[in-house]
Design a protein around this ligand. Structure first.
Ligand code: C2E
Ligand code: CA
Ligand code: CA
Ligand code: CA
Length: 280
């Protein structure tokens, strides 16, 4: 691409070809990774702000690649979505997260511990998703109220009627729904009356700025009151400092997640103080 005289258009084309070749490579690697069982689930604690008690966990997928090392989902989830590989990967994450948490619940963890699993819209709209969910709960003997599915706001825009029905069916099972990355979508307010949900998660972009930015604080404070009005718990994401945690508590936020409390790590590495607690 550095040939003298190559036009910027040609360079652009070469870059595109290189990019798509890399993409195809990565997709075939991802495919192989499924076969080789190279995915792992890490768990990040969700805490109650008033006393710092761990009341749940978010399951976050990792790819333990032979060649690349530990790959973060930011790199491969978008590609998995695009290629459809999110279906087998997401299926595995759901089952593996439920398996691990069900085992802990049987070993005496608080009966109201919530495991949060991210679900892509492509998974949600599969005709057998409901069945997969039912089977997963049955296979691991996990009470539905211990499972929360996190869906991103943007997916709610797809086809609101279809999504509303799917969510209704899932909730009728007793499984809970959290709206992830709240505040970043396009139609935040307009759909709130269309969908029933059990938890709101405020996007970390607001939390990271709200201490020194009046607009962000106004947004955070409005979302906290909004969640209160809907009578659903609100989880603030991306809390990295004691000051942020303190201010969120003052504003009336009850739950949080972030590096300040703990990073995502394998469940077997969880320190004893995180384990076995509950809401009460
Ligand atoms: P998300 O669902 O919003 O997950 C929160 C992300 O924020 C995680 O990144 C987490 O490690 C990171 N995080 C947590 N606390 C802090 C903090 O205090 N500061 C900062 N800067 N970051 C923090 P991660 O694990 O890299 O995941 C990125 C995204 O990939 C997730 O964002 C989610 O959209 C997606 N993802 C992860 N696992 C799955 C999965 O199993 N299925 C699907 N469909 N998507 C997944
Ligand atoms: Ca999430
Ligand atoms: Ca619950
Ligand atoms: Ca999020």
């Amino acid at each position: 691409a550095k040939d003298k005289g190559a036009s910027s258009y040609e360079i652009f084309q070469i870059d595109m070809v290189e990019q798509s070749t890399q993409k195809i490579h990565l997709i075939s690697e991802l495919n192989a990774a499924i076969e080789k069982d190279e995915f792992r689930v890490y768990f990040q604690p969700v805490v109650r702000l008033s006393d710092g008690k761990v009341i749940g966990a978010e399951a976050l997928v990792r790819w333990q690649s032979g060649q690349r090392g530990l790959v973060s989902p930011g790199l491969f989830i978008p590609l998995a979505e695009e290629s459809g590989l999110i279906l087998p990967i997401g299926h595995w994450v759901l089952r593996e997260s439920c398996r691990q948490i069900a085992e802990r619940l049987k070993n005496g963890w608080a009966s109201d511990f919530d495991v949060h699993v991210n679900v892509s819209v492509r998974q949600l709209i599969q005709s057998d998703f409901y069945q997969v969910l039912e089977e997963t709960l049955q296979d691991f003997d996990l009470p539905p109220h211990n499972l929360t599915l996190e869906i991103t706001e943007s997916i709610l825009i797809e086809d609101s009627n279809v999504i509303a029905k799917l969510i209704g069916r899932i909730r009728s099972l007793g499984v809970e729904i959290a709206i992830d990355d709240f505040g970043t979508g396009y139609s935040s307010m307009s759909y709130l009356h269309q969908f029933a949900f059990d938890c709101l998660k405020i996007d970390q972009s607001f939390v990271s700025r709200f201490l020194d930015n009046h607009k962000s604080e106004a947004i955070v404070s409005a979302i906290i009151r909004l969640a209160g009005g809907f009578d659903v718990p609100l989880v603030a994401e991306g809390v990295e400092t004691a000051e942020q945690a303190q201010r969120l508590l003052e504003l009336g936020c009850q739950r949080a997640q972030g590096y300040y409390f703990g990073r995502p790590i394998p469940l077997e590495d969880w320190p004893a103080v995180w384990c076995g607690s509950g809401k009460s």
